[in-house]
Design a protein around this ligand. Structure first.
Ligand code: ADP
Ligand code: ZN
Ligand code: ZN
Length: 734
């Protein structure tokens, strides 16, 4: 008895503690760290993961319970994987169990792996193939389903089957029950692209590839700053080819898979089956299969979004983070980590190079490369004969706008269309108009649950709050005075679409935003038709802004840049500049030169001036100087404590206790406490929200203090009346 080792088990959930258990009864297995265990918990049982094996427990021996069984014969997570997760839990002050279970595929967070029911595709079984059509005379839908699947032996997506062949869930279920069809994974189609057999790298690309190649096998961070269209993807491809040839694995993180079908195709075309893809669109079963394939090093290349940074890859030899400045690398809820920053930690722990690529690097990364912590690689030229587009500000003060478009812009659009070129219009606001107002009494479409207006969506006849999701039918009459004179205020993409159709009747237009592409697969179809030249006019939100290579676009118009100029957040101008340059980067990517027109009411704004005349680098060094003067990140380090509650006074009450505790623990560390203050949107989804910002010139004392503080926060009386969270290196103050 006494010699039993103690199993230290982590469980998912908010509690910041681990649990001690004895090994399962009559188990011959030696406990292995990284395996899952089923353990008794209260009156039921739960699945946990073994973190450490100890000689003794602080719990009295007679109170210790036995684990029920060891679930995995082999560890799911190796020592290197756990090391990264330990680091992340400590750095972000998030409960270790939650961090670990976050890193597992959903199917493995429970005791058993479910059967393949969650897979996206369906195909015929042998029994299904043998069914005779005549026997299904009275079941035409079942027959239609079997016929459809007979034509697609590789399987068909459920959603396609249901929409194209008008087949219901019920029919699918009954055929699954009969064993005539079965679930199967769906292979992403690889469409052949017109890629030249082998691209000859230009000297800058060559230099970038050579530099990173020289450092394979050891940790070194690189910042690949390549202007839009400079061929960064080609650099990634060559590097990954080398890593694969060395029999190692490569991880490529991208902001959003849906927006990068071209990148995927390029990789699949040159690497074929070696490429695995991990993104939120996969079913749970598909995710687990990809995860297992990487963990067992069956595939050399993983392309994935944020959470892919945690995927076990025993032979990891290179990490690339594309568009490293992108906000989507930061998880904004629950476990609030930065996948970009964790990629660097992972590279350091594993001893491999990490390449951060961007046309508009974050100020953090620019500073790191200025201080020689990152090796800088530059691609200053567009590939081939393409040139960078010229940026022009269009002053729209006292100009009559027609549906959001100035006369000068309309004229340029007309010229572009006459020359049979493509024009892209960017407006980062979906819906018809940001609000409706009653012309008789001034009533506005306020969201009842937020300090925000409800957006008018005309096509779906809705008022829709983009902050909490609240929806209501579009009213015919003012709910306050009964007047029928309700008017939209401002422009959303739906409304601009309407104006463009009026101004350029008969010209095909593709609108790309979350509403127009909500159907699965519709974005890919639209993007490939755009590349095929089916649409002279393109209009969209940031979904249209990033990464795409549309060779025929010569004119890009940014309809409203001013939203980004005066944001409350100190990062607002950085985000504005990145977005402007990313959108601009869609212009003139092939032979014909591109132009970018930026509509603004503040043409003299110094940052806009700098950006349009001198470019991103100049803008960034100016913005960095401002940050330095104000002691903002990256010249200081921040932690944000958020609190929210349905009771208005609770968040502030808790945060005041938190400040008091924080100051007591501060000691000699020179931390600054800002707040508590109401959040920029003080009421959201029916809750009152406030926050407290802590800033420090040095990272080390901040983190030492943070650990003690977070432990103390859980003990504060006010903490039980609010929902609170800690955000280390917050990216948004929302
Ligand atoms: P970025 O990611 O920097 O915006 P891409 O990698 O998408 O640029 O490259 C733009 C286009 O140029 C792609 O179609 C790519 O195949 C092509 N390309 C890249 N490098 C070269 C090269 N050295 N010579 C010719 N074409 C190239
Ligand atoms: Zn009214
Ligand atoms: Zn709302």
């Amino acid at each position: 008895m006494v010699s039993d080792p103690i199993l230290q088990i982590a469980l998912p959930g908010p509690l910041r503690r681990l649990y001690d258990y004895l090994p399962p009864k009559e188990s011959a297995q030696v406990p292995i760290v990284g395996c899952r265990y089923q353990i008794p918990f209260g009156r039921s049982s739960r699945t946990g993961i073994l973190i450490a094996v100890k000689a003794a427990s602080e719990i009295e021996p007679e109170k210790l319970k036995r684990a029920l069984r060891q679930i995995d014969p082999q560890p799911l997570l190796g020592a290197a994987d756990l090391r990264l997760l330990h680091w992340a839990a400590a750095y972000y002050q998030h409960p270790l169990g939650d961090v670990i279970f976050n890193a597992l595929p959903v199917t493995l967070r429970r005791e058993r792996s479910p059967t393949g029911v969650s897979e996206r595709g369906l195909r015929l079984t042998a029994a299904g193939t043998a069914v005779e059509a005549a026997s299904l005379r009275r079941a035409p839908k079942q027959l239609a389903l079997l016929n459809a699947l007979a034509e697609t032996p590789q399987g068909m997506e459920r959603s396609t089957l249901m929409s194209r062949h008008r087949i219901s869930q019920g029919v699918i279920r009954s055929l699954l029950d009969k064993g005539w069809i079965e679930s199967c994974p769906i292979q992403e189609p690889v469409q052949p692209t017109a890629r030249p057999a082998k691209i000859v790298l230009n000297p800058e690309q060559r230099e970038a590839v050579d530099q990173v190649r020289r450092h394979l096998g050891s940790f070194r961070p690189f910042l690949l700053h390549g202007v839009t269209g400079s061929g960064k993807t080609e650099v990634y491809l060559r590097l990954i080819e080398t890593v694969v040839a060395n029999d190692q694995q490569a991880l490529l993180l991208v902001p959003e898979i849906g927006l990068t079908p071209q990148l995927l195709q390029r990789f699949k075309k040159s690497m074929g089956e070696g490429v695995a893809v991990l993104h939120s669109g996969l079913s749970d079963g598909e995710r687990e299969r990809v995860w297992q394939a990487m963990r067992q090093a069956q595939r050399p290349i993983l392309i994935g979004t944020r959470s892919a940074v945690f995927t076990p890859m025993p032979r990891l030899g290179l990490i690339i983070v594309d568009e490293e400045h992108d906000l989507s690398y930061k998880q904004q809820e629950g476990f609030r980590y930065s996948a970009r920053d964790l990629a660097l930690v992972r590279g350091q722990q594993r001893g491999c190079p990490v390449v951060l690529g961007s046309a508009t690097p974050s100020l953090e990364s620019l500073r790191n490369s200025a201080e020689a912590r990152y090796t800088r690689l530059n691609l200053t030229q567009r590939v081939g004969s393409a040139r960078m587009p010229a940026l022009m500000l269009l002053d729209i003060r006292s100009v009559h706008l027609d549906g959001g478009l100035s006369p000068a812009l309309i004229k340029q659009l007309r010229q572009t269309l006459d020359a049979e070129e493509q024009a892209l219009l960017f407006l980062n606001r979906r819906g018809y108009a940001p609000l409706l107002t009653c012309h008789a009494c001034g009533w506005l479409t306020d969201c009842p649950r937020c300090d925000a207006r409800m957006t008018h969506h005309r096509q779906s006849r809705l008022l829709w709050c983009h902050h909490c999701g609240h929806q209501r039918r579009e009213p015919d009459h003012c709910p306050s005075c009964g007047s029928a004179d309700l008017r939209p205020v401002g422009q959303g993409t739906e409304r601009v679409e309407e104006s463009l159709q009026r101004l350029f009747p008969g010209t095909p237009l593709a609108r790309i935003d979350r509403d127009s592409t909500s159907r699965k697969g519709s974005l890919e179809v639209l993007l490939s038709r755009i590349r095929a030249g089916d649409y002279p006019l393109l209009l969209g939100t940031q979904m249209l802004a990033k990464g795409h290579h549309f060779p025929d676009v010569t004119l890009v118009a940014i309809l409203d840049v001013d939203q980004g100029l005066f944001g409350a957040d100190f990062r607002a101008s950085e985000r504005m500049a990145q977005l402007v340059l990313q959108v601009s980067g869609r212009a003139g990517r092939a032979g014909r030169p591109g132009r970018v027109l930026i509509q603004t009411r503040h043409p003299d704004h110094p940052l806009l001036q700098l950006l349009t005349t001198k470019g991103y680098e100049a803008f960034a060094s100016e913005a960095l100087e401002e940050r330095r003067a104000a002691a903002f990140p990256p010249f200081s380090h921040q932690v944000l404590l958020r609190a929210e509650s349905t009771k208005a006074a609770d968040p502030e009450h808790f945060l005041k206790q938190a400040v008091k505790l924080g100051r007591e623990l501060n000691g000699s560390a020179s931390l600054e406490f800002w707040g508590p203050v109401p959040a920029p949107m003080a009421r959201k989804a029916g809750k009152t929200r406030a926050h407290l910002l802590i800033q420090s010139a040095q990272r080390q004392p901040l983190h030492q203090w943070l650990m003690a503080w977070v432990a103390g926060l859980t003990q504060l009386s006010g903490s039980r009346r609010v929902r609170w969270s800690v955000d280390v290196d917050p990216q948004e103050m929302l």
